[in-house]
Design a protein around this ligand. Structure first.
Ligand code: CP
Length: 314
């Protein structure tokens, strides 16, 4: 059966790995989002694309969405997923782990504490390595988020994405991806929780090219004014549990509740990467709001990651 994207039409990524959002070129990102939309519409057309391929999933941190959407994506594309949890590079050196996997599998998906771990896996193995979350980036989340934003708003040029909360890995990837797609991006965060300066420098470069604007502020009203999407994430990410009490105090004014959400556009959608702590960064009423897109985002992780696997491995 003919597909909108025959195997020959699927663009191979120039980069051998996806360790950071900017490893994909602008053209590759746009192609991936078009392919993800097509895969979502006609999943059976791609059922044999990874025939005979095995992909290792190495997870140092817990996961519901990332693990299941990668396992399902690989299975629905005809490949095999092999899951291993626990620390990477403790029982034996990282470079030995990478070189073992290199002999067995066709790709590695890794969820890690430190960005250096995915970088090391990529350095010591020839197979593609996909960052499934590190301390700095969550590129696969941003791909599903971009697909969701395009479903709601079409072309993102001239739209505005507002992130309220911690300038963390999810905020970094969302910031980079939104700006590349031409959307204005604002983050409203407490003092001491602004995004990483090196990643902000990358974002400023992207904004200069796309013409989109970047705002980093401690004033939530400024961040939310005119926003088409209001995004938040937990105040205390995995591995920061010892900062829980301090963070609850610092983020107290940054909860997305009815009052804050009403400061965005009247048609704004609510977004969250999940898992959420209801009653902390977001209220129950916003999670359940009719303009909440959180489960669209969760679903699109599957389609966007399928498109990524097709571009890197098929
Ligand atoms: N959003 C996300 O990465 O979810 P998990 O932690 O459940 O994988």
């Amino acid at each position: 059966m003919a597909t909108a994207f025959s195997p020959a039409q699927i663009m191979k990524t120039n980069a051998s790995d996806l360790l950071r959002d900017l490893d994909l070129t602008d053209d590759e990102l746009l192609h991936l989002l078009d392919l993800a939309a097509e895969v979502k519409q006609s999943p059976r057309d791609y059922a044999r694309a990874l025939d005979g391929k095995s992909i290792a999933l190495l997870f140092e941190k817990p996961s519901l969405r990332t693990r299941l959407t990668f396992e399902l994506a690989i299975k629905q594309l005809g490949g095999d997923a092999l899951f291993v949890d626990g620390p990477i590079g403790v029982r034996e050196p990282l470079k030995d782990v990478a070189r073992n996997l290199d002999r067995w599998v066709d790709g590695i998906v890794a969820r890690v504490f430190q960005q250096a771990t995915v970088e090391g896996l990529a350095e010591w193995s020839a197979v593609p390595v996909i960052n499934a979350l590190s301390d700095l980036y969550h590129p696969c989340q941003a791909l599903g988020d971009a697909q969701t934003l395009r479903e709601h708003f079409g072309d993102l040029k001239g739209r505005k994405v507002a992130f309220i909360g911690d300038g963390n890995n999810v905020a970094h990837s969302l910031m980079l991806t939104s700006l590349r797609l031409g959307a204005d991006f604002a983050i409203g965060c407490p003092e001491g929780y602004t995004p990483d300066p090196d990643i902000v420098a990358q974002a400023e470069g992207l904004a200069a090219v796309s013409g989109a604007s970047l705002l980093i502020t401690h004033d939530t009203a400024r961040a939310l004014a005119g926003a088409h999407a209001v995004y938040t994430d937990v105040w205390t990410s995995m591995g920061q549990e010892q900062e829980l009490v301090k963070r609850k105090k610092s983020f107290h004014e940054f909860q997305v509740d009815d009052e804050l959400f009403a400061q965005a556009r009247p048609d704004a959608i609510f977004m969250h990467c999940l898992p959420a702590k209801r009653g902390e960064e977001v209220t129950d009423s916003i999670m359940e709001h009719r303009r909440s897109a959180i489960f669209d985002q969760a679903e699109n992780r599957l389609h966007a990651q399928k498109a990524l696997l097709l571009m890197m491995l098929s």
